[in-house]
Design a binder for this molecule. Structure first.
Ligand code: NI
Length: 254
């Protein structure tokens, strides 16, 4: 079986503290080719770098997640820029807007998202975008900032939003959500994404696909999401993985 590329994982998460090294070793031996581990907050980036240095197949992304904007130091962009020079940091993110929980600071989220998009543009780095319950503002910002190379991660929006995202030249990446019973919208959106703009991810430790739903997720479970995507697109699972791997390599330059 062809090996998997997980374009979005969080192996710095405490969910892996007990067995991180053993798990990663097993994943690379058995089923995984490459992983992008995403560092979402200032105090996580050191772990992101360590992970990329500990394992040949692990690459990293650094950015400020919209839920982690509290208490940002003035020089956070300079810190990202410094880390982006490291050879295995291949993208900025995840960044974006998240209006899911109450008491979010909309103005601040927009500011931090826009600043990071501009930095990525200046550094010519691909961008990983997070958008939850904030499609309208996210799209407005993307229309005005026009990122050169970006992926909408953990996509669960409508077919219409997908079309708009594609119109801006973005990639669309799906997690295990695609396999959920109530994921009709995501399935319809996936149908509409051209083969050369699709990517696969876990967003682990969250979002484990069926039949692992509710369990701690890891990169091997991408196989279930790939099988579902293959079914939607009418190709074999192997072929689907091959296509998504190729897209990931082009997108991240890995
Ligand atoms: Ni994530």
């Amino acid at each position: 079986m062809i090996k998997l590329i997980d374009t979005h994982a969080h192996y710095d998460d405490e969910a892996y503290d007990e067995d991180r090294d053993i798990l990663l070793k097993k994943l690379f031996e058995e089923s995984v080719e490459k992983i992008i581990t995403v560092g979402c907050a200032l105090d996580r980036w050191e772990d992101t770098i360590k992970l990329t240095e500990s394992c040949e197949g692990i690459y990293g992304a650094v950015g400020i997640h919209p839920e982690d904007i509290c208490g940002l130091p003035d020089d956070y962009l300079r810190q990202i820029e410094e880390l982006a020079k490291k050879p295995k940091i291949v993208a900025l993110g995840e960044m974006g807007l998240d209006y899911h929980y109450e008491n979010y600071d909309r103005e601040m989220q927009i500011k931090v998202f826009t600043e990071q998009l501009r930095l990525a543009d200046r550094l010519n780095m691909p961008v990983i975008i997070h958008s939850r319950d904030a499609a309208q503002d996210t799209m407005r910002i993307l229309h005005s900032e026009k990122p050169k190379k970006a992926v909408m991660h953990c996509f669960s929006g409508s077919r219409e939003t997908a079309a708009e995202v594609l119109g801006l030249g973005l990639y669309i990446s799906f997690t295990g959500v695609l396999t959920f019973k109530n994921a009709k919208k995501a399935v319809e959106a996936c149908e509409a994404v051209p083969m050369d703009r699709l990517m696969l991810e876990t967003d682990c430790p969250y979002m484990a696909p069926v039949p692992y739903r509710g369990e701690r997720c890891d990169s091997s479970m991408i196989l279930s999401t790939a099988a579902k995507m293959a079914e939607i697109k009418g190709v074999s699972t192997e072929e689907m993985i091959e296509i998504c791997n190729k897209n990931a390599k082009v997108f991240f330059g890995i």
